[in-house]
Write a protein that binds this ligand. Structure first.
Ligand SMILES: [Zn+2]
Length: 414
């Protein structure tokens, strides 16, 4: 029953185009996300979920499962997933199909594209599964509609089985995660949760309670242009100074670091002799290491101002997001119970220090602790994306196990 319900939902949701738009100043970045929001709104009502609400301006969907009788004082947990798909690959006219009882062979998507086992060996973990693929012309949208399906099926099971006792459960579906929306319009008051989990990401069993801390150093360089023929000891070349800054940076870059090692990523330079603007992304999991990176940039600025004169270098920082770790660590039961819930589903829990940010990073920064649980899709943002229905089934069980475990916990104010 669970498997069929998940499959039907998933096939229904992925066929709705919800591609978000990068660098848009509209909210949501694309109107089509409302098509899925409206469908989910109606389906939540039909399931019998309480307090279903569609934010008609910011495009968020909310719902609530009331606590079982006698469980009203237990921790209130929110499950959050995003409705949009990444703009990197088309999400228009998705044609999903199911490969039943996958046999370990290469998968032909269309005349041009095939998913070859040698290139994507992970697929061999799913021999015998029913796997949803695309026709190779679009992404699939398992990121994050697998999670939406899992949350919806979880709600259905809880509403149909009173014997599963639980505290209050909140549901939220958000827009624009793929384009840095950071769930900024999520209304905590309406949500009413003590703790939250986003459901997003790939392999079953992975979870993240830490992300990068992230900022961008925006360095303005003031040069001095004079005729090159008479520039002796006068000219100050902003282009040269920009290169000098990059040469003074420690060696960690995105292409030579992994796991928990952060980096400096000079990713933009615009300028001429007279003036320049250098953009450097700074990333690190640990707060201390992250602050050290900022210190080093400031030190470079000071040194060069000493060398070339005050006001040559001016540095501003545009903060992107912070790691959720500091906030989540205050509620150790969140990860303890999650790990047990994953084990209860027969899966080995795997901790991942995520090399990026999630909506949970900014939700946590706003005070609601919010680690991430994987959703079970593979090759997200790609025409080679696929979702084994058995993975969605396992994650639905993990969510149900987690709900059961949390039903024994009272929220202590930190
Ligand atoms: Zn996602």
């Amino acid at each position: 029953m669970i498997k069929k319900d998940l499959e039907n939902r998933f096939l229904r949701y992925v066929q709705i185009d919800t591609t978000s738009v990068a660098n848009s100043n509209l909210t949501p970045s694309s109107n089509c996300q409302f098509d899925l929001a409206r469908l989910l709104y109606q389906e939540l009502i039909d399931l019998g979920v309480s307090d279903v609400y569609l934010d008609e301006i910011n495009c968020l969907v909310y719902g609530r499962l009331k606590a079982s009788k006698g469980y009203e004082d237990k921790v209130k947990v929110a499950f959050i997933a995003h409705m949009d798909t990444a703009p990197d690959v088309s999400g228009t006219n998705v044609k999903p199909w199911v490969y039943r009882n996958y046999d370990g062979k290469d998968v032909k998507l269309n005349d041009e594209y095939a998913l070859n086992v040698c290139e994507f060996p992970n697929i061999l973990n799913y021999i015998g599964c029913d796997i949803v693929f695309t026709d190779g012309t679009t992404l699939l949208g398992g990121d994050d509609k697998a999670a939406i399906s899992e949350i919806m099926t979880m709600c259905k099971i809880l509403l149909q089985n009173d014997e599963i006792k639980h505290g209050e459960i909140e549901i939220a579906f958000t827009p624009d995660e793929e384009v840095g929306g950071l769930a900024k319009d999520l209304d905590f008051k309406r949500l009413g949760a003590d703790i939250a989990y986003t459901i997003d990401g790939d392999y079953v069993g992975y979870y993240s309670d830490e992300t990068f801390n992230a900022t961008e150093a925006q360095i303005s360089i003031k040069g001095k242009n004079v005729h090159p023929g008479t520039a002796f000891k006068i000219m100050k070349n902003a282009v040269e100074i920009g290169c000098e800054i990059i040469n003074m940076l420690p060696s960690e870059r995105p292409n030579n670091t992994k796991d928990r090692i952060g980096y400096y990523h000079p990713h933009g330079f615009k300028g001429n002799v007279e003036e320049g603007k250098l953009l450097i992304l700074l990333r690190d999991h640990g707060k201390e290491e992250f602050n050290k990176k900022i210190e080093i940039i400031n030190k470079i600025g000071k040194e060069l101002n000493k060398k070339y004169g005050d006001e040559t270098i001016n540095i501003k920082y545009a903060n992107s997001y912070s790691s959720m770790k500091e906030v989540v660590d205050k509620y150790p039961f969140m990860i303890q119970e999650l790990e047990e819930a994953i084990k209860d589903a027969g899966v080995k829990p795997t901790h991942l220090a995520f090399r990026g940010g999630t909506d949970g990073s900014s939700i946590s920064a706003r005070g609601l602790p919010c680690p991430n649980i994987s959703a079970g899709y593979e090759n997200g943002h790609s025409r080679f994306e696929y979702v084994p229905i058995e993975s969605m089934e396992k994650i639905t069980h993990i969510l149900l196990n987690l709900v059961k475990r949390l039903s024994k916990i009272k929220m202590e104010k930190v």
